[in-house]
Structures are given as structure tokens and as C-alpha cells.
Design a protein. Structure first.
Length: 290
């Protein structure tokens, strides 16, 4: 939600789409390890079309496309190509699982996903998590996090945030409660803080806290991942894939406005090879303004 602004991704359905032809090209590219063809196909199809490509590949070769990509490719380029073939809910589930089950919980990943998804997306994500890992997302969050951070994530993962219009009068009232909660820092006030943060609409939170919209948030996360964390590949890959059909163009615009250089420029400056080419393809090319 962007307060009425036009929302635009960078990847759209390909015209004249032919999954059988794509499957043939993908099979040849994997046999010859032609990474350019893989990029040209997988970054120029929307997620629904990529899933149809994977089905056509299975029917044609009797093999799983994701498994063949994993066996043929390596390093971060493999992560990008494989990530593009997950349905959105499954990709979120995959990222949440690895954020909690790896060496140390990657808290920023949990925030990126749980705080930015709609109630419907959270519901689908929880179902995908259960199917993929035979584990309950809420139980894993509870066991892998602690304190008020855990309480906040548990509330977000309920998928009960109000969606829609923000009431200015209620926003002003909540602003007073939030201010007091931040000053008092007692358990009771922290509970009130969580209730407001986790249950109010995004527009409401913008009015209460002057919280930046999603494009600003993810522009910051990308800039931080590129410049402050030494090109944190997992964060960059996750955000680019997850937002590519939602609002990545808006994120690119906000990135240029806030940091002076384009996201395209910074990726090109820090990444290399086919990994760089794949990330830039998801960004949908360069533009003078962003």
C-alpha cells in the first residue's frame, strides 16, 4: 500500500508465452550450462509462467527443474535462479525456515517478510511452511526468538492486521499511547505498543509513526545490504525476487531519490559475472531517473 501511489514491479507476463518451447530451451541450456539462456528465460517470465515452465520441463524430461538447476549451477547465481521458481508463499516459507534454522536467527529477514505481507499472504505462507517443512510457523517463531521481539513476530504472524482506511482521530490517540509506551518502557506499555504496531493498518501506522512506505523501507534495506553489510547477498536476492512483481520499480525510484545513485548502478558496481547479469535483469534495466 502506497497511499494511492502507482505501484509497479519490474517483471510482467511475457507475451506469446510458450512453456513447451521454454522447457526445450531450458533443457538445452542446462545441458550446455548456458547461463545466458537461463537468465533470458527465468527473469523475463512472471512467476506463474515460470511455474508452467517447470511443469512443462517435468513432462518433457521427467526431472525436476529446481533440482537440475541446483545440480548444475553454483553459488549466488544458483540461489537467484532457484529462488525465481518458487511460488511467492513457498519462497517466503523457504526464507523464514532458513532464517530461523541456520546458525543464529536472521531477525531482519523475519521482519522483512512478516511485517510487509498482507493477511492473505501470511495465511498462504503459513500453509506453505507447514507443507514444505512439516512444522508450524508460529511454533518455530516461538522457539527460535525471545522477549518482546518474539511477541511482536507472533502477533504479526497471526495475520490479523487491520487493512484499509486509517482513521485520523484514532491515529492521534494511538500516537499518544505510543509516545507514553516509548517513555515508560514497562511491560504493560510494551504490550500496548505491540497491540498498536501489530494490529493497525499500514496507513494508520504511517500517520502514527510517520513510518515510511514499503518502497522506502526496502530501499533502505537494499542500500544497507549493499553498502553497510558488504553486499549481503541473501538479503539482496530475497528482496529483489520477492518484490519483482509487486513494487520493485517503486523501490528503485525511492532508492535513487534517497541515496543519489540508482540501485542498478550499485548492483553493477558490487556484483559480477552472470550473478550480476541476473540481478540486473530482475531490476529490468537501467534508467536515467532510477
Amino acid at each position: 500500500m502506497y497511499s494511492g501511489a502507482y505501484i509497479q514491479g519490474t517483471i510482467f507476463p511475457a507475451p506469446n508465452f510458450d512453456p513447451v518451447m521454454d522447457a526445450q530451451l531450458l533443457g538445452g541450456a542446462l545441458q550446455d550450462c548456458d547461463k545466458d539462456v537461463l537468465i533470458d528465460i527465468l527473469t523475463q517470465r512472471c512467476n506463474a509462467q515460470r511455474l508452467m515452465d517447470a511443469e512443462a520441463y517435468k513432462n518433457m524430461y521427467g526431472r525436476d527443474l529446481i533440482m537440475d538447476l541446483k545440480e548444475t549451477l553454483s553459488h549466488h547465481f544458483k540461489e537467484v535462479m532457484v529462488g525465481l521458481l518458487y511460488p511467492p508463499a513457498s519462497y517466503d516459507a523457504h526464507e523464514l525456515w532458513h532464517a530461523m534454522k541456520g546458525a543464529g536467527t536472521e531477525e531482519n529477514c523475519l521482519i522483512d517478510i512478516l511485517a510487509s505481507r498482507s493477511n492473505g499472504e501470511i495465511f498462504q505462507m503459513k500453509e506453505a511452511y507447514l507443507m514444505q517443512y512439516d512444522s508450524d510457523l508460529l511454533q518455530d517463531i516461538y522457539s527460535e526468538t525471545s522477549g518482546h521481539f518474539r511477541d511482536t513476530l507472533m502477533n504479526l504472524a497471526q495475520g490479523a492486521r487491520q487493512e484499509g482506511y486509517a482513521d485520523p482521530a484514532m491515529a492521534a490517540q494511538d500516537a499518544m499511547v505510543l509516545w507514553e509506551a516509548c517513555q515508560q518502557k514497562t511491560g504493560e506499555h510494551k504490550n500496548m505498543l505491540q497491540m498498536i504496531l501489530c494490529n493497525k493498518s499500514y496507513q494508520h501506522l504511517w500517520m502514527v509513526l510517520c513510518v515510511r512506505d514499503k518502497a522506502s523501507y526496502f530501499a533502505y534495506r537494499l542500500y544497507n545490504a549493499i553498502h553497510e553489510l558488504g553486499f549481503h547477498n541473501k538479503t539482496i536476492i530475497r528482496i529483489l525476487i520477492a518484490r519483482s512483481e509487486m513494487d520493485l520499480m517503486n523501490i528503485r525510484q525511492r532508492y535513487k531519490e534517497r541515496y543519489g545513485k540508482s540501485l542498478f548502478h550499485d548492483i553493477k558496481n558490487f556484483a559480477s559475472g552472470h550473478y550480476e547479469k541476473a540481478l540486473l535483469a530482475i531490476c529490468a534495466g537501467d534508467a536515467e531517473d532510477y
